[in-house]
Write a protein that binds this ligand. Structure first.
Ligand code: PLP
Length: 398
């Protein structure tokens, strides 16, 4: 008999494990990857130009240091924290390249598990990105939830959120989506962020920001860094996971960064020495190509400007799809119910409010796929499929 006879089959990944449906009308709104106006994957022009520059420079394929390409991590932290941030100016941000956002979260979880002296409990919003729980559980942390989404209003449960953070044991870790919350598309307002910062301060919680969508919420990378920069300017020490998967379209290149703000340059060096010890047995050192692309864009003003315009273009296309979907659902198809949230939600995703049976029937009858919780990727909609989508949704709720 085989050694693996007793290995049970695991459940399929709810998003990446989707369907082999070949129907012409098929719409896949499950996966969180940007699609252009023709429904095709989109390679940014700034990325293509960066690759040309790299090719011309004929770079070698030597190993990177354990913490990655130093200029890349420097430019990544600059993008997130801003040049005016105190820890950036003081050279007190400990940082490392990571295997995209997932790897950043995993390094952060492992580092906190080993060195955060006060607690091994991390609070996640309910709901959160489906991978957060296994990432932090596998990092050795205990995962708990704080209320985030209100099904009745299809908006933020701010009272519940505040109550739960206030009830959390002092010095617990709290995970915050920096912008464009996945899966709900609901973000706190600036005033609400300030209140959250106050509670975090009062309860001495440790804020861990996941910023997988910088630029995707508003179209402006600076604006989307508001919460991170607010917390830093309010004197919090933070952890931050960054991904260039979405905002540079570098999904499979796995370019990301993890960072922690520290007291000074000496402490930063100590923290980085331990980040290396966390990373080395996991994967030795990170991949080259994506970090080189991202760094080429971030370090050249003309490419940077072109990239920012492309980020804005992606965000704007998504926002225009929200408008159009709202109009189709309400005006064209007179769909029962309240649909204002389609327009007010932020970023790549929309929590439609569709129920699990409705999403099942959309898959079976209309070849339209989304996650069972009713989350759709707005980026999967375009001028060619949005009418069919709206009509099908309308039919499913009538
Ligand atoms: N965090 C959130 C909230 C996400 O939605 C994602 C991707 O979907 C990630 C992190 C990490 O993505 P990646 O590892 O591709 O950068």
């Amino acid at each position: 008999v085989s050694t693996w006879t007793n290995v049970p089959a695991g459940p399929p990944d709810p998003i990446l494990g989707l369907q082999a449906d070949q129907d012409q009308r098929k719409i896949n709104l499950g996966v969180g990857a940007y699609r252009d106006g023709d429904g095709k994957p989109y390679v940014l022009n700034s990325v293509k130009k960066a690759e040309e520059i790299l090719r011309a420079s004929n770079p070698d394929k030597e190993y990177l240091p354990i913490t990655g390409l130093p200029e890349f991590t420097k430019n990544a932290t600059k993008l997130a924290y801003g040049v005016d941030s105190a820890p950036f100016k003081a050279n007190a941000i400990a940082s490392t390249q990571s295997i995209s956002g997932t790897g950043a979260l995993r390094i952060g979880g492992a580092f906190l598990g080993r060195f955060y002296p006060h607690s091994k409990v991390i609070y996640l919003p309910v709901p959160s990105w489906g991978n957060h729980t296994p990432i932090f559980r596998d990092s050795g942390l205990e995962v708990r939830g704080y209320r985030y989404f209100d099904k009745k209003t299809v908006g933020l449960d701010f009272e519940g959120l505040k109550e739960d953070l206030q009830k959390a044991p002092e010095r617990s870790i709290v995970l915050l989506h920096a912008c464009a919350h996945n899966p709900t598309g609901v973000d706190p307002t600036r005033a609400q962020w300030k209140e959250i910062s106050d509670i975090v301060k009062e309860k001495k919680l440790f804020p861990f920001f996941d910023m997988a969508y910088q630029g995707f919420a508003s179209g402006l990378t600076d604006r989307d860094a508001f919460a991170v920069r607010l917390f830093v300017s309010e004197g919090h020490q933070i952890a931050l996971a960054q991904s260039f998967a979405k905002n540079m379209g570098l999904y499979g290149e796995r370019a990301g960064a993890f960072s922690l703000t520290s007291a000074d340059t000496e402490e930063k060096s100590r923290v980085e020495s331990q980040l290396k010890i966390v990373i080395r047995p996991m994967y030795s050192n990170p991949p080259l190509h994506g970090a080189r692309i991202a760094n080429t864009i971030l370090s050249r003003p003309e490419l940077y400007a072109e990239w920012e315009a492309e980020v804005k273009g992606m965000a704007d296309r998504i926002i225009s799809m929200r408008e159009r979907l709202y109009n189709e659902l309400t005006k064209t198809h007179k769909t029962p119910g309240e649909w204002g949230h389609i327009k007010s939600q932020i970023g790549m995703f929309s929590f439609t409010g569709l129920t699990a049976p409705q999403t099942k029937s959309l898959a079976e009858r209309a070849h339209i796929y989304m996650t069972a919780d009713g989350r759709i990727s707005m980026a999967g909609l375009n001028g060619n499929n949005i009418d069919y989508f709206a009509e099908s949704v309308s039919r499913s709720v009538k």
